[in-house]
Design a protein around this ligand. Structure first.
Ligand code: ATP
Ligand code: MG
Length: 723
């Protein structure tokens, strides 16, 4: 695109930010939808076109893979060039790339692997046990939290002081052992990725200078949510001569609970000499009424830098406030509105359902399945987190690095090959005593002939199997390697034996994995082997690129993951005291303000229509609740809202008064077979009744099962359990 046209698409303040002098540090501090991300991408294009910088001398960072992909594609359009090798990504993704290039200097083995939170927890469990600590007093979850929080503050176990506090001392001991185990196994958790890179650049002068020269410009989106470590990293890369361009909004800071520091925004001017702050106040995203509601809500927060958004756009429709009878009625209402939108020529992917807690998605999924509305859940059960996929990845990682203990534990007796818990205990003990990996400990035990007959031969068999797979994989391309592992490990046959739908789905997932590996392109970096790149992709991008992305699907996600995105139609659901604001934030004014910012983020995702829903009864986490409408709803100006109540347009389900829940529970015959009911079938799992026909012994129901699809069943045979 021509430079002149590049600036034409911006307002004055935006243009000033984009075309600021090339060596000007700049902070764009502005509300939602005011074009911060747009300014950031245009700035990159401007630097390349006007100042003839290579796009490879820019490093741009954002928070989610989805946002990074979006940024890359916007940039590709502006620059009219392929953008795959550019340094545009998430903090974790970019840190990982640097560590792959400089593993040696970073003190890592070349084949180091990224572990996710699930692996991290397993490792913590093992360590608590190995240290002989009681896991009730030292819950592994809390250990993980302790370790991550310290890492995010940039502190190693060796730097910590217990000051005679025995509890602190215990956590430090666990942290130390955890670090040692990771180092031995070549494992790197998410917080470690960043900490390593910060240490690498801090301690290695020539490397730091190299990158400071290489990246003349650093650009960061969603700056309000950067934590101390991320900021330290940015500052190290900026050095004396680099230029930092940050965009952010204090009103959208929603990761305080994970150590994000709004102070980074506040201190920008002090930290970066000669910097300038530009404010944008015109919103281009939402209608005037949506914006008015957002402004009114956020004005209830005390700790603000203070800014008001306005729009030149139209007033738009009032926000719809729907008081649902219960959570199913809420879901039904959303389905109906989605259907209306589609019937009027709209697309499903123009709409998003946003909720506070992941657990809320299930009810929507059921309602959507029965209404046959395609949908996609972000951050739900992610492909790379499914058990059978993690099993296969464990074999791949173990092939890559036999000293990967986490993978060893996962693979050694899965599928079952007669290696019992006691044998594994023995291996662990041996490993602990000799400070070696589980693989080496196994070799030692076998060589010393310490193990009994069957255990010994089963273990020897496992080692031989791994060596065989390794030999067979030699020279194969990535897809074929993964296929070799899936079959050679026995996993495929193991799951094939399970004839249930679940078993079949697992085998399909394994095939999907082989396919994914076969077509895996990765970013064309020479610094990684294809297998390394694929494993890193699996760990870093888990789920964000689920299948079906290209289809026209309704989008479901938490409010947190909606940050930075926009949709013509937004449904915010479950806006109730205790759910949103979340129960644990009610006592703490600071946390309550963070919840309000989250609500502000939600409202400002909507471009044309916003639905706010709450229910009078809610079953969640297996409990029946009678929640009050959220205080946030009361903070919205009445003139922005139009209220809808279910009494006007639905019949309340009569059988489900909470007191008589048991007595009036529906039976499989008669009224119980009704459309919309949730049922469980011994083979097909859970589903929703979508149609009925016939009576008595011939009565049939059509059920849409979550995994098995739609089926007609004869009631008298099907033995459906009504939920
Ligand atoms: P958030 O705080 O939610 O991340 P943001 O400040 O990053 O929002 P953008 O996503 O960059 O805002 O922009 C919001 C919408 O407004 C986008 O659709 C963008 O294309 C549009 N927009 C921004 N600036 C202009 C402009 N000058 N003219 C027309 N449209 C604009
Ligand atoms: Mg943005």
């Amino acid at each position: 695109m021509e430079t002149s046209t590049l600036l034409e698409r911006l307002n004055d303040a935006q243009r000033r930010a984009v075309s600021a002098a090339a060596d000007q540090h700049l902070l764009v501090l502005a509300g939602a939808g005011s074009g911060k991300t747009r300014v950031l991408t245009h700035r990159m294009a401007w630097l390349c076109q006007q100042h003839h910088l290579s796009p490879y001398s820019l490093l741009a960072v954002t928070f989610t893979n989805k946002a990074a992909a979006e940024m890359r594609s916007r940039l590709g359009e502006l620059l009219q060039m392929p953008v795959s090798g550019l340094w545009v990504g998430t903090f974790h993704g970019l840190a990982h790339r640097l560590l792959r290039l400089h593993w040696q200097e970073a003190g890592l083995p070349q084949n180091f692997q990224i572990i996710d939170s699930d692996d991290q927890l397993r490792l913590a469990k093992r360590i608590v046990k190995e240290l002989g600590l009681d896991d009730k007093r030292w819950p592994p979850k809390q250990a993980v939290w302790f370790i991550n929080a310290r890492k995010e503050e940039g502190r190693r176990a060796a730097h910590l002081e217990a000051h005679g506090n025995p509890i602190e001392q215990g956590w430090i001991r666990i942290y130390l052992a955890y670090e040692a185990a990771c180092q031995r196994g070549g494992q790197v958790d998410f917080a470690e990725l960043l900490l390593r890179v910060v240490e690498l650049l801090r301690d290695n002068d020539s490397l730091r200078e190299h990158y400071q020269n290489r990246f003349s410009h650093l650009l960061v989106d969603e700056f309000q949510d950067s934590n101390e470590l991320q900021y330290a990293w940015l500052r190290l890369l900026t050095g004396e001569h680099g230029t930092l361009f940050a965009v952010g909004d204090d009103d959208q800071s929603i990761y305080g609970w994970r150590g994000a520091k709004v102070a980074n925004l506040l201190n920008f001017e002090q930290d970066l000499k000669g910097s300038e702050v530009i404010r944008l106040e015109q919103n281009y995203r939402s209608t005037a009424l949506i914006l008015k509601a957002a402004n009114a809500l956020i004005s209830n927060n005390d700790n603000r830098l203070g800014k008001e958004l306005w729009t030149a756009g139209e007033e738009g429709e009032p926000l719809t406030l729907y008081t649902a009878y219960d959570e199913r009625d809420e879901a039904r209402f959303v389905c109906q509105q989605v259907q209306n939108w589609v019937d009027n020529g709209g697309r499903r992917d123009e709409m998003a359902v946003l909720y506070r807690s992941n657990a809320q998605s299930r009810i929507f999924e059921e309602a959507l399945i029965s209404a046959v509305i395609p949908y996609r859940v972000y951050g739900g059960l992610r492909f790379f987190e499914r058990a059978e996929i993690k099993d296969s990845l464990a074999y791949l990682r173990l092939l890559n690095n036999p000293h990967d203990d986490i993978s060893f534990e996962r693979a050694v007796n899965h599928p079952p090959r007669g290696i019992g818990v006691r044998t594994v205990e023995q291996i662990r003990l041996q490993a602990q005593q000799g400070q070696v990996s589980l693989w080496e400990a196994t070799e030692q035990l076998l060589a010393a002939k310490t193990l009994k007959g069957r255990a010994a031969s089963a273990l020897a068999g496992f080692l031989t199997l791994m060596e065989q797979i390794n030999t067979h994989c030699n020279g194969l391309d990535l897809g074929a390697q993964v296929e070799q592992v899936v079959e050679g490990s026995g996993l495929k046959i193991h799951f094939e034996k399970d004839r249930s739908d679940k078993g079949r789905a697992r085998v399909e997932n394994l095939q999907e994995l082989v396919g994914a590996a076969g077509s895996f392109q990765g970013d064309a970096h020479a610094e990684m082997s294809p297998l390394d790149a694929f494993l890193a992709h699996a760990a870093l991008e888990a789920g964000e690129t689920q299948g079906g992305e290209w289809e026209d699907c309704l989008q479901l996600m938490t409010l947190h993951s909606a940050k930075g995105l926009e949709f013509p139609v937004v449904f915010m659901v479950g806006i109730e005291e205790g759910l949103f604001p979340h129960q644990r934030t009610l006592e703490e004014p600071k946390q309550l303000e963070e919840e309000r910012r989250l609500c502000y983020v939600g409202i400002t995702r909507a471009r044309q229509q916003l639905y706010l829903c709450h229910a009078e009864n809610r079953r969640l986490y297996g409990r029946e609740l009678y929640p009050q409408p959220s205080r946030f709803l009361e903070e919205l100006p009445a003139e922005c809202l139009q209220e809808l109540r279910p009494r006007l347009n639905v019949r309340r389900p009569v059988y489900r008064s909470a007191a008589s829940n048991q007595a009036a529970a529906p039976t499989p015959r008669g009224r119980g077979q009704g459309v919309g009911k949730r049922v469980r079938h011994s083979k097909f799992g859970e589903g929703v009744v979508t149609d009925t026909e016939g009576q008595g012994d011939h009565a049939r129901v059509q059920v849409n099962f979550a995994t098995a699809g739609s089926k007609w069943l004869v009631l008298s045979y099907a033995k459906l359990e009504y939920l």
